[in-house]
Design a protein. Sequence first.
Length: 408
Amino acid sequence: MSAAAPLAPATRLLHAGAPTLRGGSGPVNVPVVRTSTVRFENSAALADHQHRRAAGERVAAYGRHGLDTHRALEDAVTALEGGHRAFLTPSGLSAITLVLVALLSPGDHALIADSVYSPVRRVDATLLRRLGITLEYFAPSAQNLAAKIRPNTRLVYLESPSSLLYEVLDLPALTAVARAHDIPVATDNTWSGGWFHQPLALGANLSIQAATKYIAGHSDLMQGVVVTDSPALSRRIASAHEALGLTVGADDAYLALRGLRTLPVRLAQHQRHATQVALWLQAQPQVARVFYPALPTDPGHALWQRDFSGANGLVSFAFADGVDARGAEAFVDALHFFGIGASWGGYESLALVAAPERLREHSAWTGTQPVVRLHIGLEDPQDLIADLAQGLHRVSREKAPPAVAEPA
Ligand SMILES: *Cc1c(COP(=O)(O)O)cnc(C)c1O
């Protein structure tokens, strides 16, 4: 295949990392190359590989570095995010930890959007604090960021839209402030799967994804990826990646690449279904507010329209007054087609009551009502709506439960 004009993103995504034909033919998909070690023809070839790797080249001198399957996935994700290099990690959380550990040293300060994926705070409390690194959580506006930067601030860490409530950040404004102070910006891009939001083009320097979610797309693997925007950042991430011994199995790399090929069609369908559900939820008396940036009533809608070309399957909603935490749990328990569980991004629907302590971490959240996060899967949306309707009906009936003596 040869191309003169720049390829459209969908075409690039389908062909990035495809195996080259050898002797006139070859498979469509890259083979799964499983290995723990790499064999060399002679000592000189080994030394050559080691030198090239030390100089920053993407060659494997050992199984941990990954071979063809890993390279193909890295190439495809790099193309997807429009970056310089991609680094694979065993989970989304390890991708986040990799960035924090690679870019922060004892005495450093980092500013973290207060609406990020909550386990980031655990990395802070259990690891970074012991290393003498200070993370400060801020309400993620550009103005607030400018006010909080210290002489020792070495990283700004964001996520847009945020976890649970999907607050859309003004990424170009935030990255402009950081750039004026020469501070790198990392952002969690899991929500878009890298497909309808390109943070590196909007000024971020590192884009992180839990490939566990939409890239994999089938709830069958754990994986993370970090994409850098420059050779300098790639070198810093590469050395920490090596030091931490991060690697993923070739089978999982293959599954992630297989998922990636259908990312655009899956996301388009998730968006169609989620939009129908979000609009329906908005009209229900038991629902006070629906969180979905593609809805014109969502506070982040204008920024979403400017910086995103689509939305995913995540829809959260807050119950109207009169439904308490027990009612929210009864609602989730009553659903037939929604699994009760964490994570999202697979083909299937999920429901989870958001923990109030997680919501309170978001400065943008001032509510007191229970919030349910739905992942709208690829089932027929009318079946999902019928299921949600019977769940809400049950909540209405159980609104005022009779007083029951609790066992001591
Ligand atoms: C799930 C998730 C992660 C963590 O990914 P894992 O693969 O589960 O470790 C990170 N960021 C966001 C926004 C997520 O939703």
